[in-house]
Write a protein that binds this ligand. Structure first.
Ligand code: TXA
Ligand code: MG
Length: 310
């Protein structure tokens, strides 16, 4: 099917799982209440957790938002298309059914030709955003390949729904989420757009206040979890899975699942390594975490949550 056909299917209420540079998303027309309800059903996700709206370009911010601060525009100009979600005060076009009843809306322009092509075709026929959470069941590891999407959700999809294959995700971890509703930007979920990059682009310090009104399911303690139990920063015993930077040798009898030689590669391969452990039926995976700042912070954030189990 052409991207035009895919866009038409979305407009008719189908769900389309699609690749982005971060992870695969499970998309539906953000203005179609029934389609959005099906996203929640397929994911098994509670209704009060908001979805990210994927838009074709910076020009589409205004349709969904009430107020856009200068620093938010600076972020959008610097990092879109890219692995960054911005939270704004919503306009009346962003309905409760997609924002989880919050008065804010999360927007992102993904950096993937298939996703952008689909978004552009959608826009031509009046679909102004694709609402899409990561295409996994609630609480599980996000999918970074089309095969992982099929494994997670294909049994919950209907005949009209589609899964697009755009190869393995290039970043491998979910987008940085930045709250842009306050006087200065605040990181709600760390990702490939780092604190230093945000401060450089805005000329502002990132705020450390906690906003108790904002709910982010990705910041729940238990999340991003495989079936196997994750042990952090210990050596694996024989028969256990092992993920560690390439310079760390594999302990005798352990099953090496990944040996990334830098932080980018660590992020890109982590989720598929966790899935690999599950498909081999491993009950325990020991992980030596990456050190340092930048993307390593996001990797440790996800691993900490994964280690809390399901
Ligand atoms: O990289 C990504 O962000 C991927 C790809 C598909 O774009 N999407 C993704 O979506 O990770 P999801 O739904 O799995 O995680 C999005 C997070 C959730 O924790 C949700 O609570 C938060 O974004 N979020 C969405 N809208 C929000 C809002 N208005 N206020 C606060 N948090 C919001
Ligand atoms: Mg998710």
């Amino acid at each position: 099917m052409s991207q035009g056909d895919n866009a038409q299917a979305l407009k008719n209420g189908a769900l389309i799982a699609f690749p982005t540079e971060t992870v695969y998303g499970l998309g539906g027309d953000a203005s179609n209440e029934k389609a959005v309800a099906r996203i929640y059903e397929v994911k098994g996700r509670p209704q009060d957790h908001p979805l990210i709206l994927h838009i074709a370009s910076i020009d589409d911010i205004g349709y969904w938002t009430e107020e856009i601060s200068e620093y938010a525009m600076a972020l959008a100009r610097s990092f879109w298309p890219g692995p960054m979600t911005l939270i704004f005060k919503r306009s009346e076009n962003a309905k409760d059914f997609v924002t989880g009843g919050q008065n804010t809306v999360g927007l992102r322009v993904p950096d993937h030709t298939l996703a952008l092509g689909l978004l552009q075709e959608c826009k031509k026929i009046g679909v102004n955003a694709i609402a899409a959470p990561s295409a996994n069941r609630f609480g599980h590891v996000s999918p970074t390949t089309a095969a992982a999407v099929r494994e997670e959700i294909s049994t919950y999809l209907s005949v009209q729904d589609l899964i697009l294959d755009g190869g393995p995700a290039q970043v491998g971890l979910e987008s940085t989420i930045i709250d842009c509703t306050g006087d200065s930007p605040k990181i709600l979920r760390p990702g490939a757009i780092t604190q230093e990059m945000i401060e450089e682009a805005t000329g502002m310090q990132v705020s450390k206040d906690i906003n108790p009104d904002i709910r982010v399911s990705g910041s729940l303690e238990k999340h991003y979890a495989p079936n196997a139990q994750i042990l952090l920063d210990v050596q694996a015993s024989a028969g256990q899975g092992f993920i560690a930077p390439s310079e760390v040798a594999t302990p005798q009898g352990a099953i090496r699942l990944a040996s990334p030689s830098n932080t980018d590669e660590y992020a890109r391969t982590l989720y598929s390594a966790l899935r690999d452990g599950d498909s081999q039926g491993l009950t325990t995976i020991a992980v030596i975490q990456p050190s340092g700042d930048g993307l390593a912070i996001a990797i440790r954030d996800r691993l900490m949550r994964a280690s809390k189990g399901r």
